[in-house]
Design a protein around this ligand. Structure first.
Ligand SMILES: *Cc1c(COP(=O)(O)O)cnc(C)c1O
Length: 375
């Protein structure tokens, strides 16, 4: 099946008794165990609604197996703590999600996990590898500068030295990018973003081989970041429209990026679908389309960033991303607020940098709102 068909049909629980078209919501936390092949319990990640969502995500990511979590960070922390032990080392891309960056700097030391931050440059990644490195962890496109990392090259390097690779695939969504196809071992999503898609659900997912998921599941059951049946049902409902939502977001984002390029108040536009983007060629190799996220730098000689944000009428300054509504944020005050000035300068996150999460509205209305706020 192709992507939109998978979105609608994969994983659906067919109820042979009522013949309903949709998966029923199984609210039970208690299931009978006699004559059942495995014990079923929400914290074992094996209830019918959890399985339905996972089957759909596995189809979309071309993954043999997976787990659905209560948040993206539950997924990320479970992957880290299930596969690393004291004395191990992990190489992390520096411009990963702010929460993941903070997780490493705030918590890894206490557990004896060593870590190095690197750019998306392959030589820099290779040079950071030590004898005790177990995982290379990347994120592409990155937040908020939309830097592109060469997925296949990182996977090939890691395989040649027997190290696992993990990728945060949240920004691209499974519609635009399937990293397992390029040799990555573990795909992670904050389902709070495109997968949920309506800014009303928090969840996360991990997709990988059966072997790796079995390893991760052991610790997942102990740490207990599982998702309840009601939210699983809402995620299944959201996933049915993931394909058409993301297609519209891809189109809108490309149009807005092209408009911003021509605007005299804008200094720089970061969108991997623009031919002048440093990662354009690699993005074309590994992405089917370029996503709904972009960022741009206001000309701070001409525009006060705070005034610009207050002047917007339709596009609201808000946290998070991936919803049907277009929202904007200054990373300095939001995703990168916990970083020091030095760390932000190193990444290139300035006061006048704006990150746009493009929704599914009519693009003319979005452009008009940006235009009036700038002028
Ligand atoms: C939001 C986000 C996360 C964390 O997900 P939560 O659902 O908020 O825990 C991780 N990675 C990326 C890229 C994100 O945008």
């Amino acid at each position: 099946m192709n992507k939109n068909t998978q979105c609608v049909h994969s994983g659906t629980y067919l109820d042979s008794e009522t013949k309903g078209i949709n998966t029923p919501i199984f609210t039970s936390s208690s299931f009978e165990y006699l004559d059942i092949p495995e014990n079923v319990y929400p914290r074992y990640f094996n209830t019918p609604n959890q399985k339905t969502v996972i089957d759909k995500l596995c189809a979309l990511e071309n993954a043999p197996d997976g787990l659905i979590f209560s948040s993206g960070m539950a997924a990320i922390s479970t992957v880290i703590f299930s596969l690393l032990k004291s004395g191990d080392h992990i190489v992390l891309q520096r411009d990963i999600y702010g929460g993941t960056h903070h997780f490493a700097t705030a918590d890894f030391d206490r557990f004896g996990i060593e870590f190095s931050f690197v750019s998306s440059n392959l030589d820099e990644i290779e040079n950071a590898v030590r004898h005790n490195t177990r995982i290379i962890y990347i994120e592409t496109p990155s937040n908020p500068l939309l830097v592109i990392t060469d997925i296949a090259a990182v996977a090939q390097l890691a395989k040649s030295i027997n190290i696992l690779t993990a990728i945060d695939n949240t920004f691209a969504s499974p519609i635009n990018q399937n990293p397992l196809d390029f040799g990555i071992d573990i795909v992670i999503h904050s389902g709070t973003k495109y997968i949920g898609g309506h800014s009303d659900i928090c969840c996360g997912a991990v997709l990988a081989s059966k072997n790796l998921i079995a390893k991760i599941k052991g610790f997942a059951a102990n740490s207990g970041g599982n998702l309840n049946a009601m939210t699983c049902y809402l995620i299944e409902r959201s996933l049915k429209t993931l394909g058409i939502r993301v297609e519209k977001q891809n189109k809108n984002a490309l149009e807005i990026a092209r408009y911003l390029l021509t605007n005299a108040f804008i200094r720089k536009v970061n969108y991997p679908g623009l031919e002048n983007h440093a990662g354009f060629d690699i993005a074309c190799k590994q992405m089917r389309a370029f996503g709904g996220m972009l960022s741009f730098e206001l000309d701070d000689q001409k525009i006060d960033p705070h005034r610009f944000l207050r002047n917007l009428n339709l596009i609201r300054p808000a946290l998070s991303l991936g919803g049907v509504e277009t929202i904007i944020c200054a990373p300095v005050a939001t995703s990168h607020a916990k970083l020091t000035d030095e760390q932000r300068a190193e990444l290139g996150v300035t006061e006048s940098l704006m990150r746009l999460s493009v929704g599914i509205e009519d693009v003319d209305d979005l452009v008009a709102d940006i235009e009036q706020a700038l002028t």
